[in-house]
Design a protein around this ligand. Structure first.
Ligand code: BTN
Length: 258
């Protein structure tokens, strides 16, 4: 259990291939629960579904080691991290910006992607746990992000939103650590339900018409109203007038914002 006055071990690097990979190395050597790896730049930053995560200088790239956990708890981690990123950004950005979570593990501001989360399991028995990494575009210019535009959600960064103003990465780190460990302790005490409620409250796509493409749907796309998250982090999709509800466990989401 993470204690109240928790001081995590923080490893800082100028360049790594991937903070998740570096943290995995440390975990296999016995790094304690809560260890963090922070890098200024990643040469092989990894995203969801084997995608590359473009990681130039100016971004915030961090991974956290959380254990012991059950396999079910590992699936909760991206949602917990999503709430943590929203809380961190809310403290950094002026209130006028419209922050939202996007299922399953993206964070948007003004409908553009500002952060992505990658959660992975590691170890076994009492060392079974999760490595959850997040990349947030902080002082990254739109030019630096050009190669990395994902359609239909384009990328954005804190500096682009604030017309070139820069934010100190140390400040981001301080806020992020506090939010992460407070949320994690809350999760250890109360379980997934209140984290799910916080996630849902911060997801502007809930109640909207969405389309899903991807691994579960071999015959193209499925559309419906995004009605919430299931207990295992699935997307609950209302697909008809008769109250038909489907649980989707993976896929690529597009929102029609109607
Ligand atoms: C995605 O949007 O597909 C997820 C991107 C996750 C990127 C972060 S950056 C820190 C950590 N290290 C990695 O290699 N990936 C995650």
């Amino acid at each position: 259990m993470i204690p109240l006055q928790f001081k995590p071990e923080l490893y800082r690097f100028k360049t790594v291939t991937s903070t998740n990979d570096k943290l995995k190395e440390l975990a296999l050597k016995g790094a304690p629960e809560g260890t963090l790896v922070l890098a200024e730049h990643q040469t092989r930053g990894r995203g969801r579904l084997g995608r590359h995560w473009h990681s130039p200088l100016g971004g915030f790239y961090i991974s956290a080691l959380l254990y012991p956990l059950t396999p079910k708890q590992i699936t909760d981690l991206p949602f917990l991290m999503g709430v943590c990123v929203i809380q961190t950004l809310s403290q950094i950005l002026p209130k006028i910006f419209d922050t939202s979570l996007k299922w399953p593990n993206d964070v948007l501001v003004n409908q553009k992607k500002i952060a992505g989360i990658l959660s992975e399991a590691f170890g076994e028995n009492e060392f079974y746990g999760g490595i959850v990494g997040v990349g947030i575009n902080i002082n990254t210019s739109l030019q630096q992000l050009e190669d990395f535009q994902e359609q239909p959600f384009q990328a954005t960064s804190v500096t682009a939103l604030m017309e070139g103003e820069q934010v100190k990465l140390e400040e981001v780190l301080e806020v992020f650590q506090l939010k992460l460990f407070n949320l994690y302790r809350f999760y250890q005490e109360k379980g997934f339900a209140p984290i799910r409620a916080l996630w849902e409250r911060n997801c502007m796509m809930i109640g909207k018409k969405v389309q899903l493409k991807g691994v579960e749907f071999t015959t193209g796309a499925v559309e419906g109203i995004f009605s919430g998250l299931s207990d295992r982090g699935g997307l609950l999709l209302d697909t008809g007038n008769q109250g038909e509800r489907t649980e989707v466990l993976s896929g690529d989401l597009t929102c029609f914002w109607q």
